[in-house]
Design a protein around this ligand. Structure first.
Ligand code: NAD
Length: 295
């Protein structure tokens, strides 16, 4: 079993650190929030005073932070100079590709291994150890990170070199945002045309319109498997996080000169949905706006 520094014990990181402790690792946990630290302590982690102390003597350092600025701030010289050579730095936060690459490059110049390893799956998957990790980094860095990621997830996929994990995450979520809106539009139109939503589901779920947003995460209550729609759009994947990911995708598209009109429109629609007071609403709740014809 290994010593692991874990920084960022929020909604996602709390469950992930708990799963590493459950797997028998010696987890040194740090967060700015006293409440998050108390939860980590109750889950079997050793609470430490700062990020550098969490990283000292660790074979792996895992970060699960809100955004790129937080990640860049944590992976500073003091931390790099503290980490043992041979340790692997694993950033699981969803951040921009450029920052992910800069952090990995800075680690490399210090002789350290680093991967970007954002996740698919929400808080329930983080708690259950059922996340999917998409990983960017060298073969050596991936091999070092993989056993720790396996203790927190059900799938660990090597996407390519540094930044490839973030690229996979934002392309996937851009597709998800656009496909959810298209699915919501189709149900809202079907309803207006007098077509029963269950009947539309029965037809479209076995026809060419079938997609994950329809058959695994149906935005209509009582149709398909149980989803946030059956719980008044509470829980699930918050619209604010979908908007964050769409904005990261738009930033990446602008930098790469990629034409992403559907992603851009999805970002606009989720921005309006969030501004209308729906930041914490599950992202499939955008069907309510589309039903009103306000979009
Ligand atoms: P969160 O806000 O609940 O947790 C972030 C934690 O980081 C907080 O506890 C905060 O106190 C801590 N933190 C911030 N700055 C810090 C610092 N300098 N030092 C130590 N701790 C610091 O966020 P979350 O929902 O856990 O999400 C974390 C990341 O995972 C984000 O990048 C998010 O986009 C991504 N993500 C979230 C979900 C989800 O469903 N919540 C799903 C997939 C990916």
């Amino acid at each position: 079993m290994a010593r692991i520094g874990f920084i960022g014990l929020g909604n996602m990181g709390g469950g992930m650190a708990a799963n590493l402790a459950k797997a028998g690792h010696d987890v040194r946990a740090f967060d700015l929030s006293a409440e998050a630290l108390a939860r980590a302590k109750a889950a079997g982690c050793l609470v430490v005073a700062d990020a550098v102390e969490a990283a000292a003597g660790a074979q792996a350092v895992v970060t699960m932070l809100p955004a790129g600025a937080h990640v860049a701030q944590i992976y500073d010289d003091a931390l790099f100079d503290t980490v043992d050579t041979g340790a692997v730095l694993i950033d699981c936060s969803t951040i921009d590709v450029d920052t992910a690459r800069k952090v990995a490059e800075a680690a490399r110049t210090k002789g350290l291994h680093a991967v970007d390893a954002p996740v698919s799956g929400g808080i329930a998957a983080a708690n259950a150890g059922a996340l999917t990790f998409m990983v960017g980094g060298s073969d050596t860095a991936f091999a070092k990170a993989e056993p720790f990621l396996s203790d927190m997830g059900k799938a660990v996929i090597h996407a390519g070199t540094s930044g490839a994990g973030q690229a996979a995450k934002m392309c996937n979520n851009m597709l998800l945002g656009a496909s959810m809106i298209a699915t919501c539009e189709a149900f809202a139109l079907a309803e207006k045309l007098g077509l029963d939503p269950q009947t539309f589901y029965d037809i479209s779920s076995v026809s060419s319109g079938q997609c994950w947003s329809m058959t695994s995460y149906c935005p209509v209550a009582g149709v398909g498997p149980e989803t946030p729609a059956d719980r008044g759009f509470q829980g699930g994947f918050a619209a604010a996080l979908m908007l964050k990911d769409l904005r990261l995708a738009m930033q990446a598209a602008a930098g790469a000169g990629a034409d992403t009109p559907m992603g851009a429109r999805a970002a606009e629609l989720y921005a309006r949905f969030v501004e209308d007071g729906n930041a914490a609403t599950d992202f499939s709740g955008i069907i309510q706006t589309l039903r009103q014809g306000a979009a």
